[in-house]
Ligand binder design. Structure first.
Ligand code: ATP
Ligand code: MG
Length: 418
């Protein structure tokens, strides 16, 4: 991508109506546009990051046999009434509207009820089980406070998955596989070390649910963690008893701020009973399906990654989610000879399949470097008159500040095919 073609501009000033670091940096760098509190447009650069995060999660969900689909945002009232969740007293984040016919509809804050209901068309016998589905979808939630930027949206992208199993044994196998898939996903996004499977309030069915909490100062949750044993307990359920059950003592738990990046639930057979999702067992018995649900906050994760890795100069993306792999910064490109030469390097990168952002703008070097720091692409490569003369390129690693000097050939071998 040529930066001269990118319609988004970087901003020096901090937007006055924004207080979350992640949103401030993402707006300044042109990744997102704030439409209103908790509602952000994804601009071309932001979309690339979101697609990278989604692709990691997609690969891990596919690997455990989960099938991708997309459900609708408009939902039927009666489905939620049946399970007692239409009421604003029970679900306090509903957005609702009314059709011209007078019928009330809800905007998707979650999908358990509609997708369980849909499965009645596809599950009738034990032979139809198990089924695992997932989607990436915009959730709408009328959150009371939306002051954490991308970390708490009123409209945000979630990956939600639902499992439909014949037995508790099958359910547990998928539940554990999903836990592992989540941990692999977070590892690939660069937060493996700081992300904990966390014991949290389980609601009606199980004693605990499992949250995935990433240590993050801007997070809204509080957890007690043990870094060595890799155990975490949400403060909601933290007690001497809970510690004992997990084989730790309260004194060895450290209290930290965290962001919930994922959450998995076991519904047992209850949800299917409420919704009316039954199948015929081998002996002919009508049996309720064993269900689970599994969420990851895709856009929240984008915010968390900015919060965790940014420095005083701007965003620092983990390589796996960065919109581009290298940022080629051309200097003195107003000189036609230099410009043609740097254009050639850009084309050579593209030919080799390297994702490259090319700063071909006619601006002062200082401004280009400041923008590169703000944008946070992992490797900045400078191509100037001096580079051309000396035949060696300065490559700066954004995260560490380490500088390498590479020949043109080495540039391609280093960045192609990785
Ligand atoms: P929270 O306690 O933070 O409100 P939740 O328990 O309501 O989260 P779930 O309904 O389990 O969250 O949703 C699954 C995942 O979606 C969460 O783990 C989180 O990562 C993400 N998520 C939830 N609410 C939001 C939001 N308002 N904005 C962005 N991501 C969200
Ligand atoms: Mg919530």
């Amino acid at each position: 991508m040529r930066q001269s073609q990118l319609f988004t501009k970087t901003l020096k000033e901090v937007p006055s109506d924004e207080e979350a670091k992640n949103a401030i940096l993402l707006i300044r760098a042109g990744y997102i546009h704030k439409e209103m509190a908790g509602v952000y447009q994804l601009l071309p650069l932001g979309l690339r990051v979101v697609e990278k995060i989604k692709q990691i999660v997609r690969e891990e969900m596919n690997a455990i046999g989960t099938q991708e689909m997309i459900a609708t945002n408009l939902q039927r009232k009666e489905l939620w009434e049946r399970t007692g969740r239409w009421s604003d007293q029970v679900v306090d984040v509903w957005f609702k509207s009314t059709l011209k016919t007078g019928a009330e509809v809800g905007f998707a804050w979650s999908h358990e009820e509609p997708l369980a209901d849909m499965m009645k068309n596809h599950i009738s016998s034990y032979k139809d089980l198990p089924v695992y589905i997932y989607q990436f979808q915009n959730k709408l939630r009328n959150e009371l406070r939306a002051k954490s930027g991308m970390m708490r949206g009123r409209e945000f992208i979630m990956k939600d998955a639902y499992s439909f199993c014949r037995s508790e044994e099958d359910h547990t196998a998928y539940y554990e596989a999903c836990k592992e898939a989540y941990l692999r996903s977070f590892e690939r996004m660069g937060v493996g070390e700081d992300t904990y499977v966390t014991f949290a309030d389980g609601g009606a069915f199980t004693q605990y649910s499992h949250e995935f909490q990433t240590v993050c100062d801007a997070g809204e949750d509080l957890c007690y963690i043990n870094r060595e044993k890799k155990i975490a307990i949400n403060e909601e359920v933290f007690s001497a008893e809970a510690c004992k059950e997990l084989g730790v003592i309260p004194e060895e738990m450290e209290k930290v701020k965290t962001a919930e990046v994922g959450n998995i639930f076991n519904f047992g057979r209850q949800k299917a009973e409420d919704v009316g999702l039954f199948y015929d067992e081998e002996n002919g018995d009508k049996t309720a399906v064993w269900m689970g649900s599994y969420g990851i906050g895709i856009t929240r994760m984008m915010g968390v990654l900015v919060e965790k890795f940014a420095d005083e100069k701007g965003i620092v993306w983990p390589e796996s989610v960065s919109p581009y792999k290298v940022h080629l910064v051309g200097l003195q490109t107003d000189d036609a000879q230099i410009r043609d030469w740097v254009d050639g390097i850009y084309t050579a990168f593209q030919r080799r399949g390297v994702e490259v952002l090319y700063d071909d703008r006619y601006l002062r070097p200082g401004q280009k470097f400041a923008d590169a720091d703000l944008l946070g692409v992992p490797y900045r490569i400078v191509a100037s008159k001096k580079t051309k003369e000396e035949g060696r390129f300065e490559v700066v690693h954004r995260a560490s500040g380490d500088v390498q000097y590479l020949s043109e050939e080495e540039l391609y071998t280093t960045f192609a095919g990785t």
